[in-house]
Ligand binder design. Sequence first.
Ligand code: ADP
Length: 182
Amino acid sequence: MGLHQMTDRIELVQGDITQQETEAIGNAANSRLAGGGGVDGAIHRAGGPSLMEDLKANYPRGCPTGQAVITGGGRLKARYVLHAVGPVYSGKPKDAELLASAYRACLSLCSQHGIKTAAFPSISTGAYRYPLKEAAPIALRTVAAYLTTHPEIALVRFVLFDSATYAAYQQALEVIQGRFAS
Ligand code: ADP
């Protein structure tokens, strides 16, 4: 199976992840799982207090960078939230591995919990300042690689909040598809 085929289970949309009807949505959390601004704040506001209660009860010590934890979705349409901790961009080679690892951790939770459809935001490219041009291909390649070995996942939708983020992912996806088409 070529990467072209793998990516037919990846979708890109511009929008608000809190409105998604996938079984799970990803959150760009911080390692204390303390809530914050950006997509984290939006998800906690939309999902309600049960998300934070769930985090405090089950993960009181937080979550290391590059890992993820799962909670219920509270008032969200999604049944689960995958709270992933991406790296704060430092410009060092380990950034890329930690970013890829954060997506893989979410996907692994999907496999463990029988979750077939998930939506992800662009982890680390907001307050954590990961350059979009570097982060988009890492996110897409990591998901595409996971999907090749995990047919149980039917759909991964990237929900990109603004047009610049959407454009960066669109361009990165075209590069990945173009390289493996023909
Ligand atoms: P990080 O700290 O990991 O960088 P941020 O929340 O600051 O996380 O930013 C990650 C991305 O999430 C940014 O592209 C930001 O524009 C985007 N974002 C913010 N709110 C939402 C939302 N409601 N739905 C989807 N993406 C969002």
